[in-house]
Design a protein around this ligand. Structure first.
Ligand code: NAP
Length: 248
């Protein structure tokens, strides 16, 4: 395959389903060799790898809980051993444990912070060493509109996603001198497993000027843009909303 990411290697955390899966397909279509990280869904992750191979691309599936430092090390080492470099990191893996503040248990708080914020730190720190050395790289963190505007029932999630925004800006400033960019994407409501059980769809749609949920492919298109050279080479430290106009 030839494209904007020819000969590059991209790691996408949580790429077995949803936005991560769509991004893996999109980056592979641009010629990147893709690491399809997952936590539990090995069959789904292998299906993504197979689909990329059928389309003439290259991908490997790597199991790792990215909230755990030792497993992140394995993810990075496996990537370097098998693919030899890392050009793009998409910190996409995320979970929700929604409940109102007064009912939120410390474990609901901790699980969301551990993956959605600490996982982003661990993966970014690990790839930074490699990107600084090669003097190039793209770090793309998936935040959320919840981290910008808050959302009842998501104190844990919105705190983690707001943390991702601050983290992204600091990383952008620390790594810029060596040609490494870091940006965040803040999706609104996107049709994935994460949103399929929401019961208040009618209420939510009232707040979306475009009047519909977004699609994983639409977020993947923005990720592909931020990964591409030279298209996004001069963009760093930004938060890009993709939310049908919810936040403006
Ligand atoms: P999703 O469909 O629920 O998929 C989540 C992905 O994360 C899966 O591939 C899952 O792997 C992986 N994952 C879960 N725990 C993991 C762990 N400990 N280590 C590594 N991977 C793990 O989610 P999505 O809707 O695509 O969301 C993707 C990102 O976008 C998340 O950061 C989410 O917060 C953000 N986001 C989503 C929306 C939305 O409306 N959907 C809106 C704003 C932001 P397994 O299949 O193995 O479990």
């Amino acid at each position: 395959m030839t494209g904007a990411l020819q000969d590059q290697v991209a790691i996408i955390t949580g790429a077995s389903r949803g936005i991560g899966r769509a991004s893996a397909l999109a980056l592979a279509a641009e010629g990147a060799a893709v690491v399809v990280n997952y936590a539990r869904s090995s069959t789904a992750a292998e299906a993504v790898v197979d689909q990329i191979a059928q389309q003439g691309g290259k991908a490997i599936a790597v199991q790792a809980d990215v909230s755990q430092a030792d497993q992140v090390e394995v993810l990075i080492k496996t990537t370097m051993d098998q693919l030899g470099r890392i050009d793009v990191l998409v910190n996409n893996a995320g979970i929700t444990r929604d409940t109102l503040l007064l009912r939120m248990k410390p474990e609901d708080w901790q699980a969301v912070i551990d993956l959605n914020l600490t996982g982003v730190f661990l993966c970014t720190r690990a790839v930074s060493k490699i990107m600084l050395k090669q003097r190039s790289g793209r770090i793309i963190n998936i935040a959320s509109v919840a981290g910008l505007m808050g959302n009842p029932g998501q104190a844990n999630y919105s705190a983690a996603k707001a943390g991702v925004v601050g983290f992204t800006k600091t990383v952008a400033k620390e790594l810029a001198a060596r040609g490494v960019t870091a940006n965040a994407i803040a999706p609104g409501f996107i049709e994935t497993d994460m949103t399929q059980d929401l019961s208040n769809t009618e209420d939510i749609l009232k707040y979306i000027p475009l009047g519909r949920y977004g699609k994983a492919d639409e977020v993947a298109g923005l990720i592909r843009f931020l990964a591409a050279d030279p298209a996004a080479a001069y963009i760093t430290g930004q938060v890009m909303n993709i939310d049908g106009g919810m936040v403006m």
